[in-house]
Every structure is written in structure tokens, then in C-alpha cells.
Design a protein around this ligand. Structure first.
Ligand code: ADP
Length: 352
């Protein structure tokens, strides 16, 4: 038959593409699958030799491209989105192969670009979010500067008031820039596990002392329950940052309702099978389950107005997540509406 490839040719093609790292499908002149290599079988498990391409790959753009390549002989590149079972974005390169020794065939090379696209989207969103966060305090600063240069030039009382607001706005921008820089520094070193021996008990005592004034301003009692000592493998400054962010959040958000029983934040540490588990628990309003998976995303806040009013940048938990990942630790969040929230961080003990 004219369009059929010889058995020997099929075997050679199969073995040849099986050695390639990219997902490759070869079809014959009648659009039947001649061979599929392992990476392509992973992407499209339904693809079987001898099937019609159109039966297993229901992407009209791909089939059109195949037709065009067949008509013109020129290679084509198409991208398409698969929605089922999960959303995936693919790129396909189609090129025909005709020679004296082969029946006409076409080589389809596939790439799953879903991850690349997701990262690109995250990058775009991140830049948009960061600019948006900086724009508000910047606009407010510019507004006050203009007022001070104009109508309020000679008004000492207004000047003092405006300068104090301007200071607050500038501090907000400084906090944001500092958090952005920390995040990028931690991300750059994500693959490097910190190696120092760090006294985590000393860190927790230090944080409880430093945050005592904030706790008392918020009418919160801090309870510390730690063993005599515990040494973990890590980076002291980064672990300080983790404890500080979690305890600060517990004070800021956990004690935001008025019941006196809820105005307590417990910091505890326990050693469990070569791991050390730090727990920060509040008895505040809690977080609804739909927010929990997104809480550690950059700039994700349950209540953006409340977060900004409390001086939040929306980056604290993203920083915590990255530091914990760098330490090869685990971050857990449990919360019940009306009962409170518990953040736990498990870290490897030193020597493991
Ligand atoms: P922020 O700078 O806004 O505090 P975070 O990344 O530290 O940013 O926290 C993200 C969001 O998670 C907060 O805006 C808040 O809505 C929620 N959150 C964090 N900790 C708690 C907590 N202990 N109780 C309730 N909500 C919390």
C-alpha cells in the first residue's frame, strides 16, 4: 500500500525517537500514528500506534497545522490549550520528512509549556502587585509635598500633621522594599541549605522579649513554652524572621476580636523524631478554609484593608514559606473560624 511504512522503517523510527528527550510523535501520510516515544506517552497516554491522530489529539489547531505542513512542506509551530483533565498549555512543532528511503512521514515535537506559562504569569502579576503597593503611598507623599509647597506653606500646625503622615507613608514604602529585597535574596539561595547550628530556644526568647511591647499595646499576653535548649540546622537571622513574622501576625490578627479569652498568643517548641516543631497559636477569629491554600502567596491577604491598617505588606508569610523551604522544613497552617489559628514550622535538629 502506498501510504504504509515498511515494518522495518517503523522499527527504526520507533527506536530512533525513543532515544530523544523531547516528546515526539511520528505520523504517516494518512495521519496515522507510526510511533510515539516515552515522553509523548506521558503527555498523551491515549496515543497508540495505528490510531488516527485526530482521534487521540482533539486539537483543531494542530490538525490544521498538520494539513498545512503537508500542503506546503514548510515546518509549522502551533500552541494550544488542553482543558481536561487539568489546564495545560502545549507547543507543537510539525515538520515533514521525505526521502528516497522512507514513505512520507511527519515528525511532531511537543513541549508542555504549562509551567513556563504559570511562572511567567506569576512574574507579571508580581510586578503589577508590587507597583500597585508602592503607588498608593507614593501618590499620597506627592500630594502632601504639593500641599506643603502651596496652600500649607505657612501653616505650622498643618505642616506638622502632614509631615507625620508622610513619615508613615515613607515607612510603609521602606517596609515593602525591605520585604521585597529579603524575598528575592532568600529565593536566590533557595537551593542552598543553611548549615549553622542555631539555638532556636534563644531565638524564641528573644522574639518574645522584643515583641512584648507590641503585645501589651494590643492587650495580648504572650505565653512561651520551650524546652531548655534545642539546636537546629539553619540560619539565625532567617529563623528570627520566621518567628517574628508568625508571632507578629498572631498579635496583629489573632487578637482582633474583643473577647478577653482570645487575647493570648502561645509560642511553643517540641522535639519530635529528629525534628523540632515550633508552634505559634492564637485564639482569634481564625481564617476561613478557602483562604488557607493561598495564604503564603505574595500579596495575598484575607482582608487587604485590615492588613494595610496594621502596617502589613502582604509578604510576611511568603517570606516565612521560602525560609522554611530553604531549611528543608515544613510549614503547617490550621485554623477554625471563631477559634483561632495555629502556624507550625518543623525544622531538622542539628546533626541530622
Ligand atoms: P501581612 O503583611 O498582610 O500581615 P502576611 O503574609 O504576614 O502579610 O499574612 C497574609 C495574610 O494572612 C494577612 O493579611 C492576614 O489576612 C492573614 N493572617 C496571617 N496570620 C494570621 C493570623 N494569625 N490570624 C488570622 N489571619 C492571619
Amino acid at each position: 500500500m502506498e501510504n504504509e511504512l515498511q515494518v522495518r522503517d517503523r522499527l527504526i523510527i520507533s527506536q530512533f525517537i525513543e532515544a530523544l528527550p523531547e516528546a515526539v510523535i511520528v505520523i504517516d501520510a494518512a495521519d496515522r500514528v507510526v510511533a510515539v516515544n516515552a515522553p509523548a506517552r506521558v503527555l498523551f497516554p491515549v496515543l497508540r500506534p495505528d490510531d488516527l491522530l485526530a482521534r487521540s489529539l482533539r486539537a483543531p489547531d494542530v490538525l490544521d497545522a498538520v494539513k498545512r505542513v503537508r500542503a506546503t512542506g514548510a515546518p509549522e509551530r502551533v500552541t494550544w490549550l488542553e482543558r481536561v483533565p487539568v489546564e495545560r498549555f502545549f507547543e507543537l512543532h510539525a515538520a515533514s520528512m521525505e526521502g528516497q528511503h522512507f514513505e512520507p512521514t511527519m515528525i511532531l515535537t511537543l513541549r508542555d509549556l504549562s509551567e513556563v506559562r504559570r511562572v511567567e504569569r506569576m512574574r507579571v502579576d508580581f510586578v503589577a502587585n508590587a507597583s500597585h503597593e508602592l503607588r498608593t503611598p507614593l501618590a499620597s507623599l506627592l500630594g502632601f509635598i504639593e500641599t506643603l509647597q502651596g496652600s500649607a506653606r505657612e501653616d505650622a500646625k498643618a505642616r506638622a500633621k502632614f509631615l507625620s503622615i508622610m513619615r508613615e507613608q515613607a515607612q510603609r514604602m521602606a517596609r515593602l522594599v525591605n520585604d521585597l529585597l529579603s524575598l528575592s535574596r532568600i529565593e536566590q539561595n533557595l537551593h542552598l541549605r543553611p548549615q549553622a547550628a542555631v539555638d532556636i530556644v534563644a531565638i524564641l526568647r528573644h522574639i518574645a522579649d522584643t515583641l512584648a511591647p507590641m503585645a501589651s499595646d494590643n492587650d495580648v499576653s504572650l505565653k512561651l513554652d520551650v524546652p531548655g535548649n534545642a539546636i537546629v540546622t539553619g540560619d539565625r537571622d532567617e529563623l528570627l524572621r520566621v518567628a517574628e513574622n508568625l508571632v507578629e501576625n498572631a498579635i496583629k490578627y489573632g487578637a482582633s476580636d474583643s473577647r478577653s479569652s482570645s487575647r493570648k498568643v502561645e509560642i511553643s517548641l517540641a522535639a519530635k523524631q529528629r525534628q523540632c516543631v515550633l508552634t505559634v497559636r492564637d485564639h482569634g477569629p481564625g481564617i476561613a478554609p478557602e483562604h488557607l491554600p493561598r495564604l503564603t502567596e505574595r500579596f495575598y491577604r484575607v482582608d487587604p484593608g485590615q492588613s494595610r491598617a496594621k502596617g502589613g505588606t502582604g509578604l510576611g508569610l511568603a517570606i516565612v514559606k521560602h525560609i522554611v523551604a530553604r531549611h528543608r522544613g515544613r510549614l503547617g497552617i490550621e485554623s477554625k473560624l471563631g477559634e483561632g489559628t495555629t502556624f507550625s514550622v518543623s525544622l531538622p535538629l542539628y546533626g541530622d
